[in-house]
Write a protein that binds this ligand. Sequence first.
Ligand code: SF4
Length: 80
Amino acid sequence: MDKQKPPTWRQRAACRGVDPDIFYPVTDEDAEEARAICYGCSVREACLEWALGNREHDGVWGGASERERRRMIRQRRRSA
Ligand code: SF4
């Protein structure tokens, strides 16, 4: 089986080199630091879509917490 290459947008991620713990907050309220980095990231949309498409359960991706991504998935299902 072919090994999947990491998505190319990751090379332009604003979170590269940043402490990963910031992106895995215990509560949504603790996610503000990660969100601030994501909102200034040039690949935020690609990152968020990747996380939604891969059902990434943990952490902040594309500026959205796990709970926010679950809500987005539900909304998309309803409007499909
Ligand atoms: S949107 Fe956030 S988590 Fe995604 S690559 Fe950018 S900084 Fe990293």
